[in-house]
Design a protein around this ligand. Sequence first.
Ligand SMILES: NC(=O)c1ccc[n+]([C@@H]2O[C@H](COP(=O)([O-])OP(=O)(O)OC[C@H]3O[C@@H](n4cnc5c(N)ncnc54)[C@H](OP(=O)(O)O)[C@@H]3O)[C@@H](O)[C@H]2O)c1
Length: 294
Amino acid sequence: MRVLVTGADGQVGTELRLNVPEWVELIALNSRQLDITDLQAVEVCMAQYRPQLIINAAAYTAVDRAQTEQQQAHAVNASGPANLARSAETAGAALFHISTDYVFDGVSESPYDESALTSPQTVYGRTKLDGEQAVAELCTRHLILRTSWVFSAHGGNFVKTMLRLASERDVLRVVADQYGGPTSAKSIAACLWTLASEYRGKPDSFCWGLFHFSGAPISSWYGFAEHIVAVAAQEGLIEKRPLVEPIPSTDFPTPAPRPAFSALNCDKIRDFHAVELSDWREDLSAVFATLGRL
Ligand SMILES: NC(=O)c1ccc[n+]([C@@H]2O[C@H](COP(=O)([O-])OP(=O)(O)OC[C@H]3O[C@@H](n4cnc5c(N)ncnc54)[C@H](OP(=O)(O)O)[C@@H]3O)[C@@H](O)[C@H]2O)c1
């Protein structure tokens, strides 16, 4: 099966490349090789490679910067997916697209399922929701995978920020009143390859649409940070274990307000697809093992 991965140098794109199944003929293009905001470039690429499936791992993910770079965020997160969806439909290809828990406002007290009302509170969340809607409208065979709090050994993320700060400071002050599901990029890649395999095996009865996929169990950023420094100290990735101090989000104001509770209910993907949820604590140990080898 010929699969085109866009945004191939990002966290998820990298893990898709590193874990590609043998039955996949992979065309992995980074932002320099294919700018998804350029419709003509997308069309040329589709004509050249003729993929059966596109996995869009490209996105504008700088959540705070998006507040002042609205146009760029919209171009990558909404117009780009629209270009891919339109081209996929014309070419008879399928599209897997990745989205975010930040399409929700975070006032719920239980995990959001796929039918929950969206209400993004930030430019990033709004543009990602616009991207979802474009994909759903323009491409018949689409699957949108909402995920959350992505970490990996590659690229910038919360885990690597905590490791850096742990080597610089004795005390880390971390927000304790925002909850979500830390998710390893590797588990997202594994999920996407499982879905691709299912689609390859039963293209006519594959279940399309919107799905949630995130790591378990639910945690606060504080709980996540506590676990990161405890295991990192144990594994010798940091010399000393700093104190992690819980703080309210009012003590850590950001240009883009984060949802207080954005955990995703992932029952649907388990029911309709052969996808199991990943325990982020196990995935974190695997990331540390990779970082230890780098
Ligand atoms: N990171 C998270 O915590 C998080 C949480 C929930 C959902 N998600 C979603 O998960 C998906 C993957 O995120 P990630 O963490 O892997 O993101 P990432 O590491 O920031 O990677 C995104 C990639 O997209 C590329 N890109 C940006 N503009 C592009 C364009 N115009 N054309 C082609 N490629 C472009 C970037 O390349 P450059 O670096 O060259 O710009 C980067 O390599 C995204 O849809 C994101 O919204 C992420």
